[in-house]
Design a protein. Structure first.
Length: 325
């Protein structure tokens, strides 16, 4: 091969390597900037507590976002987001720890009706804002050389858009991964179903059935990530606290389901059974603590400020009692 050709090839490869390294550096700096900017208030709030106190961090969906109030949990932070999933939590926790943003001692996760059973439309998840928010939360996704590359996440169906579902990428997934599960839930006979975006008011007191055109629950992929998340926490001396946040009414099943369970308690037991030997796992059921008292609930599945205060104080007392904190 001609010397000049070899020289040009060498220059080309050096150019590619240099630019790739530059992109990695920019990505790293961008990640640090975005994370510090996004969590600066949390960092400052947590930093106001004594260094020896255990740090409690709540992750998950809007039920946790509403029900966990850091003002009543001691040294704590609520990083739950609308539709937050176990997949999203796993990568968020790893990213925050990787860059030294926050180091939790206790992680709160939901076992919730909405996360497990409610049927919902994923149309919002396909909007540019949801996609943009995802990349703001995870600026290193495109160059993730850790557990999974972005391409593999897409193909496996675990690209962490908000919510357990992945509406954008569903057409790329095999049937088993994106199978629509057959859970259906309604309000009890004689009790109203309140849309989650509406307040409890007399005008809403009409029994409604949850739309059944799209059903979502923890499928095999996301259930896997629940256990991966627990293992990750165990490897890093982080205690995992599962809670079932308060709900306004009791749900029931009115269709068959792939797990063959007939009640929420049975389903929760199914999920938690593989974790029974994990010393770093605790579980508290707060689903019925308010006995359908409207003052404590903002809507069917989200607590009001009063309910958030009561739930947070109860959890804090339980964690103290059981020696978790």
């Amino acid at each position: 091969m001609d010397f000049r050709v070899r020289k040009r090839l060498l220059e080309f490869f050096l150019f590619v390597i240099f630019n790739f390294a530059l992109v990695l550096l920019i990505n790293h700096l961008l990640t640090l900037y975005v994370l510090n900017a996004a969590y600066s208030d949390t960092i400052n709030y947590v930093g106001s507590y004594p260094a020896g106190d255990k740090l409690i961090v709540a992750f998950g969906d809007s039920t946790i976002q509403h029900s966990m109030n850091p003002a009543y949990l001691g040294k704590s932070a609520n990083l739950a987001t609308l539709g937050g999933s176990y997949v999203q939590t796993y990568y968020k926790l790893k990213t925050l720890r990787k860059y030294g943003i926050i180091e939790p001692d206790v992680v709160i996760l939901p076992l919730t009706v909405v996360r497990l059973m409610l049927n919902y439309s994923s149309e919002e998840e396909t909007t540019p804002w949801y996609v943009w928010d995802t990349f703001i939360d995870y600026p290193d996704l495109l160059l993730n050389t850790g557990d999974y590359t972005l391409a593999y996440k897409i193909l496996e169906g675990t690209f962490p858009l908000r919510g357990e579902g992945n509406a954008i990428m569903s057409s790329f997934l095999d049937f088993d991964t994106r199978r629509v599960n057959s859970f259906r839930v309604t309000a009890n006979d004689g009790l109203p179903y309140f849309p989650t975006h509406s307040r409890l008011s007399s005008s809403n007191k009409v029994k409604r059935y949850v739309s059944s055109h799209r059903s979502q629950l923890i499928d095999g992929v996301h259930l896997k990530y629940l256990y991966v998340l627990v293992d990750y926490c165990g490897q890093n001396n982080i205690t995992v606290v599962f809670i079932t946040p308060p709900t306004y009414v009791e749900y029931y099943f009115n269709a068959d389901n792939e797990y063959g369970v007939t009640s929420l308690d049975e389903y929760y037991a199914y999920i938690l059974e593989p974790l029974s030997d994990k010393e770093n796992v605790h579980y508290y059921d707060f689903s019925n603590i308010f006995s359908n008292n409207k003052e404590y609930m903002w809507d069917l599945i989200h607590t009001s400020d009063m309910g958030s205060k009561a739930t947070s104080e109860l959890l804090y007392d339980n964690l103290k009692r059981d020696g978790v904190i």
